[in-house]
Ligand binder design. Structure first.
Ligand SMILES: C[S@@+](CC[C@H](N)C(=O)[O-])C[C@H]1O[C@@H](n2cnc3c(N)ncnc32)[C@H](O)[C@@H]1O
Length: 395
């Protein structure tokens, strides 16, 4: 399908849904009772997201938030409340019916919040050419939209352009565990269902990285649908447009604490647990961001850690046979590559089959936030337990 045709069909589909109030897309975990206290039902019933804008938890009063594909405005109105009357919220959408509903409800939400005027505006535009000036936005959010855009790289570049230095994004979207094949790619219905346009997690993150964002990491993931063996799942990802590195910092070294035994960051530097690694001012800036900061000790002099140090973190697998039950994990940042203590090397976005013993390790609190997990087994698994390999690694 040509790009213009995809955009038109998607817009028609959402215009139809907004007029009929049709239920679409995926489960979210909004606190509906809370939202109902200030957002009209007309908006809530056409909420078509696939996550919740978790990034809003990081919003401070007075900030500027922009929502790509704002639809009826649910996330913009929640942002409006959080930035307060001195903050500003911009919703961008290409569909007139959606914009009309959102604009009609903006003054109602403002009155419910006790604001003298609405701090939300809705602008017509497409995600790959947003009507917003450079460097204007503190936080970019989006909920189940970028998969619908035909040229995602352009969208990621636009996001980077409009973000302030030091700005950030939190995006919920649908991704797939493998490239979507041509026969699905040309299915207009499935584009509108947020399936055909889904990128793999690897391509999604590579697109963000290519645009200039760093520190890209997972906030949440949940399985959604499997079609012809392709697993579609919802991810909420966060990342940063880093500010220019502050000159004069005394920090010169980073020591990896764990739980990974080795990681490669997005600037290409490899860190081994416990061994101080000289770092550049750009790396200081990157490693100071959450959640990277919790993995490292930054210091002005080389600092070595050993296993008996409280700051050393590790999770070792049980000494038991492996049972394979169909689980695959995908590292979802903030590292491009990472190794555990049992010979596994995880590369960002690439599904790696793991046994139940490794699953247990990766479900530990310190590992869990970094992985999306899917189960590719279509039926009950009856495989027998397998002994560990002679070198002691997971089989
Ligand atoms: C799945 S709905 C999500 C709406 C809203 N974010 C929510 O959570 O309810 C997708 C919305 O994005 C808009 N949209 C889709 N592709 C777009 C694009 N390329 N540029 C701008 N808006 C787009 C549609 O018009 C629709 O309102």
């Amino acid at each position: 399908m040509p790009i213009d045709e995809i955009t038109k069909q998607v817009s028609d589909r959402y215009a139809r849904a907004a007029s009929t109030g049709e239920q679409m897309c995926c489960p979210t975990s909004y606190d509906m009772a809370n939202l109902q206290s200030f957002i009209p039902e007309e908006v809530l019933k056409i909420s078509y997201g696939c996550g919740t804008p978790a990034g809003l938890k990081t919003v401070s009063p007075g900030e500027t938030v922009l929502d790509i594909g704002s639809g009826g405005g649910i996330d913009c109105f929640e942002a409006s409340r959080l930035v307060g009357p001195t903050g500003h919220v911009i919703g961008i959408d290409m569909t007139d019916t959606m914009l009309a509903i959102a604009r009609k409800n903006a003054p109602i939400v403002a009155a419910n919040l006790g604001y003298p005027t609405s701090n939300v505006e809705f602008r017509k535009g497409t995600a790959d050419k947003m009507p917003v000036i450079d460097g204007a936005v503190d936080l970019i959010i989006s909920n189940c939209v970028i998969n619908l855009a035909p040229d995602k790289r352009k969208v990621f570049r636009e996001m980077f352009r409009i973000a302030k230095p030091g700005g950030r994004f939190t995006i919920s979207d649908i991704v797939a565990d493998q490239p979507v094949p041509q026969y699905l790619l040309h299915d207009a219905e499935k584009w509108g269902d947020c399936l055909s346009g889904a990128l793999t997690l690897t391509d999604y993150v590579a697109g963000m990285l290519g645009a200039g964002f760093l520190g890209i990491h997972l906030f949440k993931s949940s399985p959604w649908r499997a079609i012809d063996g392709i697993h579609f799942f919802s991810v909420t990802l966060t990342g940063y447009k880093l500010p220019a590195s502050a000159p004069g910092s005394a920090i010169r070294y980073a020591t990896l604490r764990g739980p990974f035994s080795r990681v490669v960051d997005e600037l290409g530097t490899t860190y081994f647990r416990g061994i101080p690694q000289p770092i550049t001012p750009d790396a200081v800036c990157l490693l100071s961001q959450a959640p990277l900061a919790s993995h490292f000790i930054l210091s002005s002099d080389p600092l070595w850690l050993d296993r008996v140090d409280d700051r050393w973190t590790a999770v070792y697998p049980e000494d038991a046979p492996c049972l394979w039950q169909g689980h695959f994990v995908m590292l979802a940042g903030p590292f491009v590559e990472a190794a555990d203590d049992d010979h596994h090397v995880y590369r960002r976005g690439e599904p790696l089959e793991i046994c139940s013993k490794t699953l247990k390790v990766l479900e530990a609190d310190c590992y869990a936030p970094h992985f999306a997990i899917i189960n590719r087994a279509a039926q009950n698994v009856n495989g027998e337990a397998v002994t560990r390999s002679p070198d002691g690694g997971c089989c």
